[in-house]
Design a protein around this ligand. Structure first.
Ligand code: FAD
Length: 498
């Protein structure tokens, strides 16, 4: 078979990044570190327009991204007012008064035939097991508000950070690798009528920025991919009902918990993200079920400390662009799509898609096959994350209209299958390269109240005394390790106090 020919055989000499939020500067950092010697990289952003100003909770994949950039962790954390994150505490999600933690760790010890959940399930039936989370180091450390780096990456973690400070930090980094920043408002995006590729950006002052390849990081506006190239948006708002958020920062409190708090309310849910010197807060809600004034009242009525400004309203449409790479333009961040912030996946997607682009980078010309492969991978990951997010909403016992609607909705067949598999037999399988591993699904399914009807027979082969010894030994080891960790707040102050 004949290989597909590059649709743009011209080598890339000049790359333009449009937008300087988290997505723009993460792109600038990665592209300049890896390709800065091969091409000129320019980032254009507008101070007048500003950034979305949220996006402060991350997941452990950020550590890998920073390793690729060879960043110094303590320096990065001090510069971004960051704290450690061991998971997310879901409060009142399943029902008012119920809560659980989705932690970043492994729980218990698996057998090759059956995951730990089967042994825990048997133990629970026999009255020998504690809560599922008792067997997870990260979860117990989160509950006890303790943290330290352990040898051999023994404790999985991510960060809470100040999004604005992160962009500034990456800007300094990228400029060190030769990125040129241009201040200006993009007035128009000019395409070549023959190839359909983007040729240049015209700024409001009339200046023109020509380029061979363009990265669209213009946020929800999606000026290049959605606007100039006309890539349609796939709207998932029938599956993810929240479409609005109010965000506000508050003064810091005495506690600095090493987890994000996610607290469900009647018409949505509230986040609390502790940084070193302030707390990020917000309410994500569905405008179909909660009006903006009531949302504001709910948020302000449930803050633990004084707000630093008036809450800011952000509207969004859950979904993704039908393609996130078209012609000579790739979109990252909000311009490529947005689900919602419940599992802090957006910044992960920026870094993951940057790595994908690096692996398929069209240095010597753009190939249609590369574009197709990239779009396939990106879309598959979005669908996987979408299903995981729907799970949180769908399994609930709350009575308010939003929660009833989520419970009663027809979920995608892919999610339905996972729920049936776990509900019937406790089995969970991770497809290759999926972001959320078995333990994430198990923690959330159990936390939302789905207890399997049965377990694998491997667990029945263990007599009670052996099973008890097995479960107790894991729990004891976890508790002993947690007891040796310092309080999170003390560790942060010593390691990276800002
Ligand atoms: P933006 O921050 O909007 O940046 C857009 C850039 O484009 C700006 O620099 C702007 O000036 C520039 N621009 C736009 N138009 C023009 C123009 N005409 N000319 C010149 N420049 C222009 N993600 C997480 O991972 N974790 C979270 O906890 C999380 N929480 C979130 C909570 C909410 C409510 C929302 C809405 C999102 C959240 N996200 C979260 C997503 C996260 O905020 C974004 O993925 C991330 O900030 C990247 O945004 P961005 O850079 O794509 O867009």
């Amino acid at each position: 078979m004949q290989a597909s020919r590059p649709s743009q055989p011209r080598p890339i000499r000049r790359l333009i990044i449009a937008g300087g939020g988290t997505a723009g500067w993460m792109s600038a950092a990665m592209l300049s570190k890896s390709l800065g010697r091969l091409m000129e990289i320019i980032l254009v952003e507008s101070d007048e327009i500003g950034t979305v100003g949220v996006g402060e909770a991350t997941i452990p994949t950020m550590i890998n991204f920073h390793k690729l950039l060879e960043l110094d962790e303590a320096q990065f954390m001090a510069a971004t007012n960051a704290t450690f994150k061991l998971g997310i505490s879901f409060e009142n999600w399943r029902a008012i008064g119920e809560h659980y933690i989705h932690s970043f760790g492994e729980t218990g010890i698996d057998h090759w035939t059956a995951g730990f959940q089967h042994f825990w399930h048997k133990g629970r039936e026999r009255g020998l097991a504690g809560g599922y989370g008792d067997y997870c180091l990260e979860l117990r450390a989160a509950q006890k508000e303790r943290f330290a780096h352990l040898p051999d990456d023994g404790l999985n973690y991510a960060y809470h950070l100040d999004a604005g400070a992160y962009a500034r930090f990456l800007r300094r980094f990228s400029e060190g690798f030769g990125v040129r920043r241009v201040e200006g408002k993009i007035g128009s995006v000019n395409t070549d009528p023959e190839s359909g590729h983007i040729a240049s950006l015209t700024l409001a002052d009339g200046s023109v920025l020509e380029g061979d390849f363009f990265i669209d990081c213009t946020g929800f506006r999606s000026l290049l991919l959605g606007g100039a190239l006309g890539v349609p948006y796939e709207d998932w708002s029938e599956l993810l009902l929240c479409d609005s958020a109010l965000a506000v920062q508050t003064e810091s409190t005495e506690r600095m918990v090493p987890y994000t708090r996610s607290i469900a309310h009647g018409g949505g849910w509230q986040w609390q993200i502790p940084l070193q010197t302030r707390v990020g807060n917000g309410l994500v809600y569905s405008s179909r079920y909660l009006d903006d004034d009531s949302a504001r009242e709910t948020l302000l009525g449930n803050l633990d400390s004084k707000p630093l400004f008036e809450p800011r309203l952000i509207r969004f449409k859950p979904g993704q662009r039908a393609q996130t790479w078209k012609a000579n333009c790739v979109a990252f961040g909000l311009s490529s799509g947005f689900l919602e912030p419940i599992e802090s996946t957006s910044i992960h997607l920026i870094s993951r898609n940057l790595i994908r682009l690096m692996q398929l980078f069209p240095t010597d010309g753009i190939s249609a096959a590369d574009i197709e492969e990239y779009n396939r991978q990106v879309s598959e990951e979005m669908v996987h994350i979408r299903d995981f997010i729907i799970l949180h909403y769908h399994l609930n016992e709350r009575q308010e209209p939003l929660w009833r609607a989520c419970r009663e909705m027809e979920v995608p067949a892919t999610l339905r299958h996972r729920l049936e598999l776990f509900g019937d037999t406790g089995r969970v399988f991770r497809e290759q390269k999926e972001l959320f591993a078995e333990n994430s699904w198990i923690q959330v399914m159990l936390g939302q109240g789905l207890i399997p009807a049965s377990h694998h027979r491997s667990a029945d082969l263990m007599p009670d005394h052996e099973l008890k010894g097995f479960l107790d030994s894991i729990r004891t080891r976890v508790d002993q390790l947690v007891a040796q960790l310092p309080p999170h707040k003390d560790y942060v102050r010593r390691y990276c106090g800002s």
